[in-house]
Design a protein around this ligand. Structure first.
Ligand SMILES: NC(=O)c1ccc[n+]([C@@H]2O[C@H](COP(=O)([O-])OP(=O)(O)OC[C@H]3O[C@@H](n4cnc5c(N)ncnc54)[C@H](OP(=O)(O)O)[C@@H]3O)[C@@H](O)[C@H]2O)c1
Length: 360
């Protein structure tokens, strides 16, 4: 994919193009409109957006009106993790300058919350996600807290930055909460074609883990092989447990990442979870109930860990791995005004990796 340029910043206009929706519905409710450029308040910066992600929960599910913990005030602008160039700086902001290349971590929390201070920022008593609880970045400019910026080096383009900005931190948080992933850790990532799953699998591989990735479709499994994975399976297959033991030299998985919530995939995973192993989940868009054999769980000293999302520390830690060569995968980009087509594409389930809008 051709690298996308970082947007140049000159004088900030008073009006911009953004993509708005005024009612829940299909992709067609997303409409480009002219709107005022926001003013950065104290502690804020104005970002000239270069790229913004289109994900399942925060975009597709939210637009359809089925987001489980969001209420929208219409008209609303979606757009969570994004990247761009700082165009203006609000009062009281230090260490950020106009022209800086930045990725925006979209989870905004109060700095003095006890869970934030304890290192569990994603569990703060009030969490505001950019593009969900406040106006987002399907627009030429976004107003965001300076505290949520992650500096980006010139060798990364805005779309690559978007593919790591949230998912990289979620993956890192999942690994940390599972007890750590490093050289030789036996990891299974279910649904490894998804935007989050592909990032998780690539980060595990980058950290030296022995990784099994899964997808239901041969064409998508082929793409996973092209990305360098050698153990590529279909988790729905009845022989999945045997194939896992074959790949792991007769042993089970120490960490299984399952963000799907499909009972059969969950059960197949649990069958091959090693003693002391952990299943970690940060999503369950296919269903909220899965079976657990408690006798097996306690006898084998296993754990199931829920990880709500990333926090700023895990995002920064993931970004440290970007400096060490870690990259996620971008499937396809659409222009901002084709947001409806991008939603249709993600909904069709054909992507392997991140789908993003680019903003001229
Ligand atoms: N907590 C967080 O911060 C956070 C952030 C991002 C995502 N998530 C969660 O992660 C999950 C994936 O989201 P995403 O945006 O990355 O997804 P995505 O890119 O839309 O990918 C969807 C994934 O679901 C799999 N899938 C779809 N239908 C399936 C079915 N019937 N049975 C089995 N697998 C099926 C697909 O696998 P195939 O290859 O088999 O088609 C694909 O891997 C969601 O639960 C989402 O809420 C959480």
């Amino acid at each position: 994919m051709t690298a996308v340029a970082w947007p140049a910043v000159q004088s900030v206009p008073s009006e911009m193009t953004g993509v708005v929706f005024r009612e829940f519905g299909g992709p067609e409710v997303l409409k480009p409109e002219s709107m005022p450029v926001p003013e950065p308040g104290p502690g804020d910066v104005l970002v000239r957006v270069g790229a913004v992600s289109v994900g399942r929960l925060l975009d597709i599910v939210a637009r359809s009106g089925k987001h489980p913990y969001a209420t929208f005030q219409f008209p609303h602008v979606l757009g969570a993790e994004h990247a761009g160039t700082v165009a203006a700086v609000g009062p009281g902001v230090d260490g950020v300058s106009v022209g800086d290349r930045v990725a925006v971590f979209p989870v905004v929390v109060p700095a003095d919350d006890e869970m934030v201070l304890a290192g569990f920022g994603e569990l703060a008593s009030s969490v505001a996600i950019i593009g969900t609880h406040r106006q987002g970045a399907y627009a030429q400019y976004s107003r965001v807290p300076a505290a949520n910026l992650l500096p980006v080096t010139a060798d990364i383009d805005p779309v690559e930055a978007v593919s790591v900005a949230l998912a990289g931190g979620v993956a890192m948080n999942q690994f940390d909460r599972a007890g750590g992933v490093g050289p030789g850790t036996r990891v299974i990532v279910q649904g490894a074609t998804s935007a989050l799953g592909s990032t998780t699998a690539l980060l595990a591989k980058h950290l030296g883990a022995d990784v099994i990735v899964t997808s239901r479709h041969e064409s998508k499994r082929e793409r996973l092989r092209e990305l360098g994975f050698t153990h590529v399976l279909d988790a729905i297959d009845g022989d999945f447990p045997d194939r896992v033991r074959e790949a792991f030299g007769g042993k089970g998985a120490q960490v299984i990442v399952d963000n799907l919530g499909a009972p059969l995939i969950w059960e197949h995973g649990f069958e091959v979870l090693a003693p002391g192993g952990t299943v970690v989940s940060s999503g369950a868009f296919l269903g909220h109930q899965v079976p657990i054999n408690l006798q097996r769980l306690y006898s084998l000293g296993q754990r199931v860990v829920g990880v709500r999302s990333s926090n700023l520390n895990s995002a920064k830690k993931a970004w440290g791995e970007v400096s060490a060569g870690f990259r996620s995968v971008v499937d396809r980009t659409f222009s901002l005004t084709d947001a409806a087509a991008a939603h249709q594409y993600v909904e069709s389930g054909g992507n392997v990796g991140r789908v993003a809008l680019t903003v001229d």
